[in-house]
Write a protein that binds this ligand. Structure first.
Ligand code: IPE
Ligand code: IPE
Ligand code: MG
Length: 249
């Protein structure tokens, strides 16, 4: 937290509104490793360091919510050795970062089908959530074993149960009520969605929540993504004309 504010950070503070919620698809670890002749897990290791950068950048910029896509529902189809390496890194990240995140006022939540995690990973997740609960500066959501379609179906089932049990009137099945059953119920929708490594797709991430997010795709591979890249994305966001379907005056 002692790095002096950069010129970009100054510019974006002067320039306009800071997005309250930034979501990031952290992509390109494998390509980063391949470019260096390393195995894919080395890319994931470097990617974990970039998470620290993104969190620091979000804290400096005054972002309220940062939601990171760390491991998708579809990523369970990767080779077991890569999955094992990713899960080991998750546990390592939690062991290393929990105390500092708590000190900095970051509340960590893990969003996704956590029942699929191995017991030790699940315990680590519970540990960091308990340890950081109540942090008031930044909500850090890490999407893990996460798929947006699965999240939407889960929400539909939960609403249907409430209707079936007589707890909710069918007329009360509204967009707002639906959103209360999503993992992200506690937070406003992302204002800005960033994807690294140049891929122009959503890969089943936050499909409901990004309905009106501004998109920023950068060719930077995730392990090379630093806080300056986050500021660059925010500056790009500040230049957008958000119309939400209306016309501008
Ligand atoms: C993102 O990097 C991390 C995860 C999806 C877990 P990738 O592992 O997808 O890296 P590329 O896309 O193969 O370069
Ligand atoms: C999306 O990246 C998932 C995460 C960043 C965790 P992928 O690398 O899995 O997505 P695709 O396969 O390129 O769509
Ligand atoms: Mg990828």
């Amino acid at each position: 937290m002692s790095t002096p504010p950069s010129a970009r950070l100054e510019a974006l503070r002067l320039h306009g509104a800071i997005p309250r919620h930034i979501a990031i698809i952290m992509d390109g670890n494998g390509r980063w490793a391949r470019e260096r002749g390393l195995a894919r897990p080395a890319g994931h290791q470097a990617g974990a360091r970039a998470v620290r950068e993104a969190v620091e950048g979000a804290l400096h910029a005054g972002v309220e919510v940062l939601t990171l896509f760390a491991f998708s529902h579809e990523n369970w189809q990767r080779p077991q050795a890569e999955i094992d390496a990713l899960m080991a890194l998750l546990e390592e990240y939690i062991a290393k970062e929990a105390a500092e995140l708590r000190r900095e006022g970051v509340t960590v939540r893990m969003l996704g089908d956590l029942d699929r995690l191995a017991p030790s990973a699940r315990e680590a997740v519970d540990r960091i959530e308990a340890h950081t609960a109540g942090g008031a500066r930044l909500a850090l959501n890490i999407c893990l074993s996460y798929g947006a379609r699965a999240e939407i179906v889960r929400a539909a089932r939960r609403l249907a149960e409430r209707v079936r049990d007589g707890a909710l009137d069918l007329d009360a099945v509204t967009e707002a009520n639906f959103a209360t059953e999503l993992y992200t119920a506690a937070w406003p929708d992302p204002d800005l969605l960033v994807r690294t490594s140049g891929e122009m797709r959503l890969s089943n991430f936050l499909l409901w929540q990004v309905a009106y997010a501004e998109l920023h795709v950068t060719p930077v591979l995730w392990p090379d993504f630093g806080r300056e890249d986050l500021y660059e994305a925010i500056l790009d966001f500040q230049g957008r004309d958000r119309r939400f379907g209306r016309v501008t005056a």
